[in-house]
Design a protein around this ligand. Structure first.
Ligand code: FAD
Length: 294
């Protein structure tokens, strides 16, 4: 189906009025790095395009009370340059820096990455590990939904045709808390991730794990939390032994999930190493200083 009209609203209010009017006939475009390909392949009938790339309100990164809020229109380049995210949130910066090429990172947005809901979306695991909430707006309401509940299946999210994702928010990280990310890609510059893992960690003063949240990409139909492995670590000291046992549990989980897939053997072997590096980075990012747990 041909594109018949393109709108370029400058404010959220304007965009949601257009969405309300055109409903299923319309499609939001942000960076276009996923959507243009789908339109070209005839997978996305979109006679009306609503280009949200000129809406300044959805490009901000702010600290508000105990929250960090990131606009859906923030590009991966913006993330890599955000001073606010350096240190404890380094996992977000590493995930953004691992996306595509410089040209892709200049255009591609975090909102597009989330709403496209590819199993290989690199920014979804770190946001899942941060237990992020999404802010979604329509003419009727502004609602908040957990990212975990928003992802429904491969390429499917809980978003109506009259809604726009405006921002993502998560709790600020404090002393003893940090986020790590690691990715095993196919090719260096334009890798769509084969496996990526994000680990949020909260350690106590005596170096025990108070809480761990692990999220993987490309190991299921969409980005997933690994709750059985998270439970294992709770209250345990982070030693070579516990990390080895936790990595083994993750291998078992992935193995049972990917049964029958041709990539299962490779992924089952690789997942443990990818996780261990992500966890080591989370430990470093908890402290801001290498080799010091808090
Ligand atoms: C060469 C190449 C390399 C790539 N490498 C990677 C990689 O390494 N890692 C990775 O994760 N991805 C990669 N991608 C995929 C892509 O760049 C990302 O998924 C990107 O984040 C999509 O963002 P976008 O702004 O371009 O989305 P768009 O293409 O504009 O939109 C994608 C989808 O999200 C919807 N959408 C966008 N914004 C909103 C919003 N605010 N509210 C509601 N719906 C919205 C659109 O309607 C559409 O359905 C690559 C793509 C290419 C072409």
């Amino acid at each position: 189906m041909e594109i018949k009209e393109v709108f370029k609203p400058k404010a959220i209010e304007e965009a949601i009025k257009l969405l309300d009017h055109y409903q299923e006939a319309s499609k939001i475009i942000a960076g276009g790095t996923d959507l243009i390909i789908s339109i070209r392949e005839g997978k996305e009938p979109a006679p009306v395009i609503i280009d949200v790339s000129s809406i300044g309100e959805i490009k901000e990164i702010n600290e508000i009370d105990e929250w960090i809020e990131i606009g859906a229109g923030t590009t991966f380049t913006n993330i890599t340059e955000a001073a606010i995210l350096q240190g404890r949130y380094q996992g977000l910066i590493d995930a953004a820096a691992s996306v595509g090429s410089p040209q892709i990172r200049n255009a591609a947005t975090i909102g597009g990455n989330i709403c496209n809901a590819s199993p290989a979306a690199d920014f979804i695991p770190p946001l899942l590990a941060l237990d992020s909430l999404l802010i979604i707006q329509s003419t009727d309401q502004i609602r908040e939904v957990k990212l975990e509940d928003f992802l429904r299946d491969k390429g499917k999210v809980a978003l109506s045709s009259n809604e726009i994702l405006t921002k993502v928010k998560f709790k600020k990280l404090n002393k003893g808390q940090g986020l790590g990310f690691n990715k095993l890609g196919l090719r260096k510059a334009l890798a769509i991730s084969r496996i990526c893992t994000a680990v949020y960690l909260e350690v106590s003063e005596d170096s025990k794990c108070n809480e761990m949240r692990i999220a993987n990409g490309s190991l299921g139909r969409y980005g997933l939390r690994e709750k059985a492995v998270e439970d294992y670590f709770k209250g345990r000291a982070l030693t070579d032994d516990t990390i080895r046992i936790g990595g083994g549990l993750l291998k078992d989980e992935v193995n049972s999930r990917l049964q029958g897939r041709s990539s299962a053997e490779f992924k089952r072997e690789a997942v443990d190493g990818v996780f261990t590096v992500a966890l080591t980075k989370a430990i470093e990012n908890c402290s801001h200083r290498k080799g010091d747990l808090i």
